[in-house]
Design a protein around this ligand. Structure first.
Ligand code: ADP
Ligand code: MG
Length: 160
C-alpha cells in the first residue's frame, strides 16, 4: 500500500513525540495495533499517545490485567490492551469487540495475535523495529480508508 509511512526515532522521547502527533489526530473509535519484539517500544508509544491527550497518570503494560483504561478530560477513553499472555480471544475478544464499536474509545493493543480475527480491517497497524539500542524504525500501515487518512495527516504534521 502506498500510504505506508516510515519514521526513524533515536530515543524514547522521539518515539513519544511521534506518538503524540498521531494521538491528536484521533477522534475516538480508532483501533491502533502495536507490534514489536519485547522491549521494542509499544508501551513507550502508548505513553506518548496518552500524555498528548492530557492523561497524567501512569501508563504501563497491562500484562497481568490485560487492559488499562485511561479516561481523558475530553470524554474520550484510551483502552490499552496487552495480550501477550492470552492464548485465545474468548471473553477478552468479546470485550474488545464492544470497545471497538464505541466512538469514544481509542483502542490500543499490544500483542494482538490472539484477537486478530476480532480486529476491524480499517485499523492502524504500527510496527516498531529495533534497529539499534536507542534507534527504532516505526512503520504506520493503514488497513483501510479512515486509517489511511490519519497516516496522511500524520505525515504532513510530522514533516512540517
Ligand atoms: P514494549 O512495550 O514493546 O515491550 P517498552 O515501551 O516497554 O516496550 O520498552 C521500550 C524500551 O526501549 C524502554 O526502556 C525505552 O526507554 C527503550 N527505548 C530506547 N530507545 C527507544 C526508542 N527510540 N523508542 C522507544 N523506546 C526506546
Ligand atoms: Mg509493553
Amino acid at each position: 500500500m502506498d500510504s505506508v509511512y516510515e519514521v526513524r526515532t533515536s530515543s524514547s522521547t522521539e518515539t513519544r513525540t511521534l506518538a503524540s502527533k498521531l494521538a491528536v489526530l484521533l477522534k475516538g473509535g480508532e483501533v491502533i495495533e502495536l507490534t514489536s519484539d519485547l522491549g521494542g517500544g509499544k508501551t513507550t508509544f502508548t505513553q506518548g499517545m496518552a500524555a498528548a491527550l492530557g492523561y497524567d497518570g501512569e501508563v504501563t503494560s497491562p500484562t497481568f490485567t490485560l487492559s488499562n483504561i485511561y479516561r481523558l478530560t475530553s470524554g474520550l477513553e484510551i483502552h490499552h490492551y496487552d495480550l501477550y499472555r492470552l492464548n485465545e480471544g474468548g471473553v477478552v475478544g468479546d470485550e474488545l469487540s464492544e470497545d471497538m464499536g464505541d466512538p469514544v474509545i481509542i483502542t490500543v493493543i499490544e500483542w494482538a495475535g490472539a484477537v486478530s480475527a476480532n480486529l476491524p480491517a480499517d485499523k492502524l497497524r504500527v510496527e516498531i523495529e529495533r534497529v539499534g539500542d536507542d534507534h527504532r524504525l516505526i512503520r504506520f500501515l493503514p488497513g483501510g480508508p479512515e486509517s489511511a487518512r490519519i497516516v496522511e495527516e500524520l505525515k504532513q504534521a510530522n514533516e512540517k
